[in-house]
Design a protein around this ligand. Sequence first.
Ligand SMILES: [Zn+2]
Length: 294
Amino acid sequence: MTCPDCGSTDFSKEGKGELICKKCGIVLDENMIDDSPEWRAFNAEQREKKARAGSPITYTKHDMGLSTKIGKGSGELYKVAGNKRAQYYRIRKWHNRLTKSKDRNLGFALSELNRLVSQLNLPRSVHEEVARLYEKAVDKGLVRGRSMESVITALIYTVARKQGTPRTLDEISDASGIEKREIGRAYRYVARELDLKIRPAKPQDYIPRFAGDLGLSGEVQARARRIIEQAKEQDLLSGKGPTGVAAASLYIAAVLEGEKRTQREVADTVGVTEVTIRNRYKELVEEIGLHEVE
Ligand SMILES: [Zn+2]
């Protein structure tokens, strides 16, 4: 089991099925990570080995039907179950109340979303999908009792990654002012209730953005991607944080293409430590045979 954010495999268990990554603090369900064979296995042989090793993970389906929500919301409602008319009126009343508060709060939420999208420089498609899911979350009554901001940030985290433009928990936390741990908790809740699955970010998804921030050329980016591909083929990436891998391959690629940046510059831009870059960098240089870098 690998953390989708930092790649760590060190978790502590808290509560029922709740796992907390000791390194980055994200809170997960044991059954939440997409650990499908296409994703984890890097070549046919490993895939075969993994497929034989055990049964696939199944996801818990949560019944989010209206009945469940209303039962929870008004508490006493289902004591009168069977009386269809009373039930109908209660549902309608509840629904009207929800719709009113929904309109009021949706305005605030969408303006906060606008702000975060522009600060994190996210593409329009992410913006739209987050807005759609947020409304869905409100319709299902998921935002009540939880801060609107933490639900928004959790959705940004999930959708940005899904669409191949991931933002790290650190970046989202900085932009929103919400603690990583709280984002992690909201993420766990929202992902479970909306049946969203998340995969670990791919290091190559970070390349264009971080290369842009470092002012590196297209050649460096292409080279960094090739390094990541090679590392993947040699199974050097499992359990490694995707940002650390992206940082190290950019560092190496920049050296090889004559556009050297210091490890400090790369570390600051990507948001990892220089130690992480050095560790990844050593592995890559040794295993892939890139000794010309040294
Ligand atoms: Zn983590």
